[in-house]
Design a protein around this ligand. Structure first.
Ligand code: PRP
Length: 194
């Protein structure tokens, strides 16, 4: 049994922990159980497509709890640039490598915000003749939805605050925090003189 695991302390730019590491781990296990049950007996391996970069920790934890046959793939898209609001113009930066034809596909996302990214990916993958395309997101932010997207698995619903940690970043910082925290965006803007 591991003891004294260091949990990075909250910095002054973080308002507080929204979802702690134990709660995340429990929910990931529940989601994996559900997926194992839903895909039981599949002939071809399930293709898990992680959307870079934010999904990489969620995908890593989730896939290690799966008992159904599966393979890992990644895709990279961008719709934000440096803005905090999605432009709605999703660009494909790096495509997947697995052939999706005849396979069940599960798109793994860290967060659903406007919905532009998942809407684009679902439509794009559907043209590749998969058996099915489903979606799993760790966090859903309903107040920010612009495009309706059907979610098949959701970890947590979160309010409209800037969340970081467990894969999610602010300017590439905080991705490796083991918990989900709320960023003090006003404090950061004040420091940046905005
Ligand atoms: C974030 C997040 C999702 C997307 C969700 O990615 O990881 O992929 O935005 O937003 P949407 O629902 O408004 O489309 P981001 O572009 O910030 O890149 P990152 O994952 O590399 O941080």
């Amino acid at each position: 049994m591991q003891k004294n695991i260091a949990i990075p302390p909250l910095t002054e730019d973080l308002k507080g922990v929204l979802i702690d590491a134990d709660t995340i781990a429990r929910r990931v296990s529940e989601l994996a159980l559900q997926i194992n049950s839903d895909y039981q007996g599949i002939k071809e391996p399930l293709i898990l497509v992680g959307v870079l970069k934010g999904s990489f920790i969620f995908l890593s934890d989730l896939c290690r709890k799966l008992t159904v046959p599966h393979v890992i793939d990644f895709i990279s898209v961008s719709s934000y640039g440096k803005a905090s609001q999605s432009t709605g113009n999703v660009r494909l930066l790096m495509d997947t490598r697995e052939n999706q034809a005849g396979h069940h596909v599960l798109i793994v996302e860290d967060i659903l915000d406007s919905g532009y990214t998942l809407d684009y990916l679902k439509r794009n993958f559907t043209t590749r003749e998969p058996k099915s395309v489903k979606t799993i997101v760790l966090l859903d932010k309903p107040e920010r939805h612009v495009v309706p997207v059907q979610l098949d698995y959701v970890g947590f619903t979160v309010p409209d605050v800037w969340v970081v940690g467990y894969g999610l970043d602010y300017a590439e910082t905080y991705r490796t925090l083991p918990y989900i925290a709320e960023l003090d965006i006003e404090e950061i803007k004040r420091k940046e003189g905005k």
